[in-house]
Design a protein around this ligand. Structure first.
Ligand SMILES: CC(C)(COP(=O)(O)OP(=O)(O)OC[C@H]1O[C@@H](n2cnc3c(N)ncnc32)[C@H](O)[C@@H]1OP(=O)(O)O)[C@@H](O)C(=O)NCCC(=O)NCCS
Length: 175
């Protein structure tokens, strides 16, 4: 496989992150694992927010520390995926969203990128000292379920998200 790297977003990639966002909006798709990207319009503000989330002193109230990543293909310096690792749970994360959220841009799917990106994210979770990682997906999200299973996910339960009106499958990965 080609060479890829999972890194934190920086100014250099701010504009490209917004191209990533645009691709999801045009496809009418869900930009999971991108943190505040949906609601932010200024690329530099997005980078600042990502930095703040990693700092327990600056993380917004009712939120938990989290690390944002972009998954870069080195050959053309293109962002192919984005992923967020939440360092611990609040009630919502424990029940519905889990430790890790991710997405691969619509034009780069079905190339194994989600599986590869998740593998690297699990190494980062190990570094954080997390022993069991919770990852969830909508019941009908076959691509995400297969990604989770490839990372060693073991099905635990299905819960109904009243707000989104979907069944969510919960999987644990022992590190
Ligand atoms: C889910 C998602 C991350 C998968 O990304 P991807 O890079 O295409 O996934 P991969 O190429 O690594 O494929 C993983 C596995 O799922 C399968 N797969 C991927 N998309 C699929 C689809 N739409 N239907 C059926 N199977 C699919 C692949 O064939 C592969 O299976 P394998 O292990 O048997 O080979 C991507 O579709 C996406 O970003 N979706 C929108 C956001 C989202 O749903 N994020 C997950 C939130 S829980």
């Amino acid at each position: 496989m080609e060479d890829f790297i999972l890194i934190r977003p920086s100014e250099k990639y701010a504009e490209q992150i917004f191209e990533y966002k645009k691709e999801f909006i045009e496809a009418g798709d869900s930009m999971d694992g991108t943190g505040a990207l949906r609601r932010i319009e200024d690329p530099m503000e997005y980078i600042r927010i990502c930095c703040d989330y990693e700092d327990p002193e600056k993380v917004p109230e009712n939120r938990v520390p989290a690390t944002q990543f972009i998954y870069l293909r080195k050959s053309d310096d293109r962002i192919v995926g984005m992923l967020q690792v939440r360092h611990r749970f609040n009630d919502y994360l424990e029940k519905y969203a889990g430790h890790i959220g991710y997405s691969v841009r619509p034009s780069e799917r079905r190339k194994g990128y989600a599986k590869a990106m998740l593998k690297e994210a699990l190494d980062f979770c190990r570094e954080l000292g997390i022993e069991k990682v919770l990852i969830t997906c909508d019941e009908d999200n076959i691509g995400s379920e297969k990604t989770i299973l490839s990372g060693g996910g073991v099905y635990k339960s299905t819960v109904y998200d009243e707000e989104e009106k979907v069944n969510i499958k919960r999987f644990w990965i022992e590190l």
